[in-house]
Design a protein around this ligand. Structure first.
Ligand SMILES: [Zn+2]
Length: 167
């Protein structure tokens, strides 16, 4: 989930860094096999980030599910069980032989599908802070997140506090 959010923000938000180095860092931070990343793959990842953004901005559940259903037909899927550290037994959605961009697409797609099955559109969206167009996905128990980051939440709360004090 964090991987999809990080890529969408890197590629589509104002001030995002969509360089090959930044994409490699997203892969590393989210435990993909970043060593397989080649700079020539960057454009494929950028395209995938632009493809996923409408999921986060969808106003209606039907739009979001239609997008995911269409992508699940396009992305090569081949689910299987894998048992390796540090996760133990877990699902892989693309065959081990597939290329890193395809594995990334399959994994992020299924993560978003799981989230929408459990919570509809209640856990994803665009940051509520003024002037911020970054997206978020909330996997916490409480599920009350409305901001992309602590920084945006704090900035908005401080502004609201000052506005109240002035009145
Ligand atoms: Zn924000």
């Amino acid at each position: 989930m964090a991987a999809a959010v990080a890529l969408v923000n890197a590629v589509t938000s104002a001030g995002g860094d969509d360089s090959a180095g930044a994409i490699r860092a997203i892969l590393r931070d989210n435990e993909f096999f970043w060593q397989e990343f080649r700079d020539e793959d960057a454009e494929e990842f950028r395209r995938w980030g632009r493809t996923l953004r409408p999921f986060f901005t969808a106003a209606r559940l039907e739009e979001a599910t239609a997008l995911l259903n269409r992508l699940m037909l396009e992305v090569p899927m081949h689910p299987h069980l894998s048992d390796h550290e540090p996760h133990g037994l877990h699902m892989h959605y693309a065959p081990p032989s597939s290329r890193l961009p395809d594995r990334f697409r399959a994994t992020t797609l299924m993560n978003l599908a799981d989230l929408v099955v459990d919570h509809g559109l209640g856990r994803t969206g665009v940051c509520a802070a003024g002037g911020c167009d970054r997206v978020y996905a909330d996997t916490s128990r409480a599920g009350r997140r409305r901001f992309c980051s602590e920084a945006c939440a704090n900035r908005t709360n401080v502004a609201a506090f000052r506005a109240r004090r002035r009145t």
